[in-house]
Design a protein around this ligand. Sequence first.
Ligand code: DQA
Length: 151
Amino acid sequence: MSLPRILVLHGPNLNLLGQREPQIYGKTTLADINQSLLALAAELQVEVVDFQSNHEGALIDRLHAARLDGTRYIVINPAAYTHTSVALRDAIAATDLPFIEVHLSNIYRREAFRHHSYFSDLAVAVISGCGAHGYALALRHVASELGNRKN
Ligand code: DQA
């Protein structure tokens, strides 16, 4: 039997994690985050597929693909697009899939322009300020939700 597939989507500049403003985003690299999610996925008996892009259209295209490729749940850090992108919001809404929004930093402790998210009112949950650990928290919640639903 195939494992439930979870798409982990990383938005712009997250490829620079570990080097980029480490006082805000920490020293963990994106490769480290993806690696530890794969290990956790094996433990939780789910499949994780990760994708990062600096381009809005590429992220939208990946969400369109998720409608058809068996994805059951999405974990997304839209990064700066959180605060700007109606197009990415519409794309995630079009998947009709449940998702968790993750931010490494606590966006509510930062500049006012980061306080609004185009995703939070559609999200099952928002995890903001737990650093790289936030992704693991999200994945654990997704796995328990999928386990509870059994469909
Ligand atoms: C971020 C917060 C955003 O405001 C910012 O633009 C990012 C990363 C976070 O993970 O804390 O690029 O989503």
